[in-house]
Design a protein around this ligand. Structure first.
Ligand SMILES: NC(=O)c1ccc[n+]([C@@H]2O[C@H](COP(=O)([O-])OP(=O)(O)OC[C@H]3O[C@@H](n4cnc5c(N)ncnc54)[C@H](O)[C@@H]3O)[C@@H](O)[C@H]2O)c1
Length: 436
């Protein structure tokens, strides 16, 4: 990139750099630059790229429930440069087990010297200074992060002890009580003020289909009129009792629907939180009975049981309208998720983003939709790949890498999901009060 000389050029350059590095602005990536993992060579260089993994669970090392597995993407991006210097997890046996599997495989060089720690404090006390990480990857449960309180303040701990080291943090940024959201905004400010590279795991933003939607909107200078999102999960396959307990998971909109609330914001912009209205179909209503539950719901206190359907509407600051429905009704394993984005003359309809993304596009001058399919797209790899390119500060092609989800932006998505939960609970309480 040429050196900016005028104040306007400097401002544009600063804006560009902060957009790339995960500022609160929404960026986009040319969909042609999202290269599948098997078509990409490892990043160049010979020096070690030290990483600390926090959490040794499914998101970090994979599970049968889905395609997530951050360690696998880091291995592919960094090749022999990857050195996982520490794995922090209170369940040290689980951590040792996953490391053993890695050390029995061809990625041994990344894990042969990995040290396991129960807590971040243990890591701080015992880790040699010369093994300073380039990035922390945080995949611990969200109830242990996103606040300023001891034991749940991992972000601030890292910012204080490792200034300048990049962060990758899984969604949602927290699941604590609603009153703690202000603390999450304070963490966002710390990240922004210290210009820390930080990416949040809203990987659907990195789908080629999503970036194509973004480009159609930008190229045609469109103003979004409405976003219509539907997230129907396959509940039969969800066997974690905590997921069914609002006091543990914060409920399905906050824990899971968050991906689609975030995508809605990615297209619709800032939400006027005061306008959020919502209704729910609850577990004790006739229409809310489920026949294939794999957990014993009677063990969960009635007030903590999750709704079967939550449906919300809101106004964006732009005047556009957002709607979102989360459904706990399908059996089997595949989810049914769709997002429609409307603008004057256009409908962009994203179908099945988790499994086989298809984009249907209707444009002015043609009543028929055009269909686009995206084989071999891996948004989990794209989010890791973009983060590492930013950390490595690869500048030959400054348009190539961009962090699409900043901490502050992710706090706003979290805030929207809480607003939906609270609005639905308010409607239910009002209905019960009318009946009494
Ligand atoms: N983007 C996606 O599609 C996606 C998919 C799966 C999970 N996730 C997210 O990843 C996060 C983790 O989910 P998971 O499925 O891996 O959970 P998990 O229960 O499989 O693993 C979490 C691990 O963190 C450990 N842990 C608990 N407290 C800790 C602490 N204070 N510090 C470090 N580790 C701690 C646990 O012992 C466990 O091993 C959640 O936020 C979840 O929403 C995202």
């Amino acid at each position: 990139m040429s050196i900016p000389t005028t104040p306007a050029q400097r401002r544009a350059s600063e804006r560009h750099n902060s957009d790339r590095r995960g500022s609160s602005r929404r960026g986009s990536i040319d969909p042609r630059k999202l290269v599948p993992m098997d078509k990409m060579t490892h990043i160049s260089g010979t020096d070690d790229f030290n990483v600390v993994f926090i959490g040794a669970g499914n998101i970090m090392f994979g599970s049968e429930e889905g395609p997530w597995n951050h360690s696998f993407r880091f291995e592919h991006k960094l090749g022999r440069r990857l050195k996982v210097v520490a794995l922090i997890d209170p369940a040290t046996e689980r951590a040792k087990e996953v490391l053993k599997k890695k050390c029995d495989s061809f990625v041994l060089s990344a894990y042969e010297n990995t040290r396991v720690f129960k807590t971040f404090d243990d890591y701080l006390k015992n880790m040699p200074k010369n093994l300073r990480p380039r990035a922390f990857v945080i995949g611990s449960p969200p109830m242990f992060r996103g606040t300023l309180q001891p034991g749940r303040d991992i972000e601030t701990q890292i910012l204080n002890h490792f200034p300048g080291v990049a962060l990758f943090i899984e969604k949602p940024i927290a699941t604590g009580p609603v009153g703690e959201i202000e603390e999450a905004f304070k963490i966002a400010k710390q990240i922004e003020d210290t210009k820390t590279v930080c990416s949040i795991g809203y990987m659907l933003r990195y789908l080629k289909a999503v970036q194509m939607m973004k480009h159609i909107i930008e190229e045609n200078n469109l103003t979004v009129m409405t976003t219509i999102a539907r997230y129907a999960c396959a509940y039969e396959a969800i066997a974690k009792p905590d997921w069914w307990d609002k006091s543990k998971s914060a409920g399905p909109v906050i824990e899971q629907g968050t991906h689609f609330c975030d995508l809605s914001r990615y297209f619709g912009g800032e939400v006027d939180m005061d306008t959020v209205v919502a209704h729910s179909l609850e577990w004790d209503e006739n229409a809310g009975q489920l026949s294939a539950l794999k957990i014993d719901e009677s063990k969960i206190p009635p007030e903590n049981r999750i709704p079967r359907v939550t449906s919300a509407t809101w106004k964006y600051d732009s005047g556009a309208i957002g709607t979102f429905t989360h459904v706990v009704a399908l059996q089997g394993t595949n989810y049914s998720c769709e997002l429609e984005v409307y603008a004057d003359g256009y409908c962009l309809r994203l179908v099945d983003p988790y499994v086989q993304p298809i984009l249907y596009v209707r444009k002015p001058g043609d009543d028929h939709e055009q269909t686009y399919r995206f084989r071999d797209d891996d948004p989990f790899f794209s989010e890791v790949s973009n983060l590492i390119d930013i950390i490595e500060d690869i500048e030959e092609d400054p348009e190539a890498a961009c962090i699409l989800s900043s901490y502050e932006d992710a706090v706003k998505s979290y805030q929207l999901t809480w607003a939906i939960r609270e609005a639905s609970e308010k409607s239910r309480a009002a209905k019960l009060a009318r009946k009494a």
